[in-house]
Design a binder for this molecule. Structure first.
Ligand code: PMP
Length: 419
């Protein structure tokens, strides 16, 4: 029996992080798109740390740089101090990401997590506008602190706070009512003072809702949301924590829509190696905080800066984007095939880029498909308000063979559940 087995976790750990229990084994090793457990069983990764491992596990180039950095006794923890690693990241982020896209955001390190960047964005919007409420969307997910949770469109997640959270006005996301855009509804709601809603400080949205069911907003809808924000003088916050860093094919998920958010939230894969890191990108005119108004002990994680700087080399040319698009097409064809071939699932297609899913009529079915996939050596999670979507979120660096192997396991799992 391995030294550490599942009973250790059952005995000592609280139930809070229960989602990881959907994979009831103890993992010990990972490389690229593959993980191994303590029994040396191999798993293909269609989960990628919920989008934190876009460049795969233990990416060689990043690993070697991290080892070298540690060997040199270079600084690891530095709060807000100026360090070489931090400076090099800032320079490269400007050169590779911001400048070529004509974006003039100021970059802030809001804390180590996705929740931290969202929280900072909400605070800035309040401070800039002097207003309190925020428009957020059905099935949106933005984090676990009181502010980010209050804009999360999932009642059971908000239930974690025990009491109702205020300050958020939930509006229907694109296609929340099937084949219906919510543009006119939202505009009328803001225009008509009888709606009883104070003018909000901001609107926060994901272009593809990751936790909420891989719901992709159309580019047209996104452009209209930007227009509404401009019309009513509301700050547009795009939470690109999960859909950003190439997940949908471009570095920022909103690029193809041609919109320019006032604030962008990045985390998960920005740290490259799965190391905690987050960024808040702020239009210069909203860079209004005085020193010390927002800080945090762990926002000077130099190991993350080292890996993150290396990760940006993937974006120096169009090649990586093109590779993602090719693999996304394979994924899309596979989803079409599943929906057509296994019509008993009564399923619909979800997502964009390498962030796609199959929405089953019954949540129980999608959960069982994930369980069967796990038994067969594939890590795959459910998503959506009831968990009705099984989703494909592999590292962006996965090769064609890895994708095909994963798809085969998905199909075998569907067959076994339907039999
Ligand atoms: N925003 C989005 C869109 C997310 O998907 C997540 C995490 N799933 C978060 C925010 C919160 O990030 P974290 O878990 O790092 O706090």
């Amino acid at each position: 029996k391995p030294v550490i087995a599942m009973d250790v976790f059952e005995q000592y750990e609280s139930k809070v992080r229960s989602y990881s229990r959907s994979f009831p084994t103890v993992f010990k090793k990972a490389k690229g798109h593959t993980l191994w457990d303590v029994n040396d069983k191999e798993y293909i990764d269609f989960f990628a740390g919920a989008g934190a491992l876009n460049y795969g596990h233990n990416n060689d180039k990043m690993k070697n740089l991290l080892i070298k950095y540690l060997e040199e006794d270079a600084i690891t923890h530095s709060l807000d101090m100026a360090t070489v690693a931090r400076g090099e990241f800032l320079k490269k982020f400007d050169e590779v990401i911001l400048k070529p896209r004509n974006l003039d955001y100021k970059v802030m390190f809001p804390g180590p997590t996705g929740t931290n960047t969202v929280e900072s964005a909400l605070k800035i919007a309040r401070k800039v506008t002097g207003r309190n409420t925020v428009i957020s969307f059905t099935n949106g997910f933005h984090g676990m602190t009181i502010g980010s949770l209050s804009v999360t469109g999932n009642a059971s997640k908000r239930g974690g706070a025990g009491i109702p959270l205020n300050n958020s006005v939930f509006m229907p996301f694109d296609n929340y009512v099937e084949n219906t855009s919510s543009i006119e509804y939202i505009e009328a709601f803001l225009e008509n003072s009888s709606s009883g809603v104070d003018l909000p400080a901001a609107m926060i949205l994901e272009t593809v809702q990751g936790e909420g069911g891989i719901n992709a907003a159309s580019y047209d809808w996104l452009r209209n949301m930007e227009k509404i924000c401009r019309k009513f003088d509301i700050l547009l916050i795009v939470d690109d924590v999960q859909a950003g860093c190439g997940r949908t094919g471009t570095f920022f998920s909103f690029e193809p829509a041609g919109i320019t958010p006032d604030i962008v939230c990045l985390s998960k894969s920005i740290g490259g190696y799965g190391l905690p890191m987050a960024l808040t990108l702020i239009k210069s005119e909203y860079d209004i905080w005085a020193p010390g108004e927002h800080n945090g002990t762990f926002r000077g994680n130099n190991l993350a800066f080292i890996a993150a700087t290396e990760a940006l080399t993937y974006w120096e040319t169009n090649k990586f984007s093109q590779e993602i698009s090719k693999k996304a097409e394979m994924m899309s064809s596979f989803v079409d095939f599943i929906i057509h071939e296994y019509s008993e699932l009564n399923a619909t297609k979800r997502g964009r880029g390498l962030m796609q899913g199959v929405a089953c009529e019954k949540a129980e079915i999608s959960e069982r498909i994930c369980e069967e996939a796990f038994k067969r050596g594939l890590l795959m999670e459910t998503s959506g308000p009831e968990g009705e979507v099984f989703k494909f979120l592999p590292p962006l660096t996965i090769d064609q063979a890895g994708l095909e192997k994963g798809f085969q396991i998905v199909e075998d799992s569907i067959k076994s559940v339907l039999n």
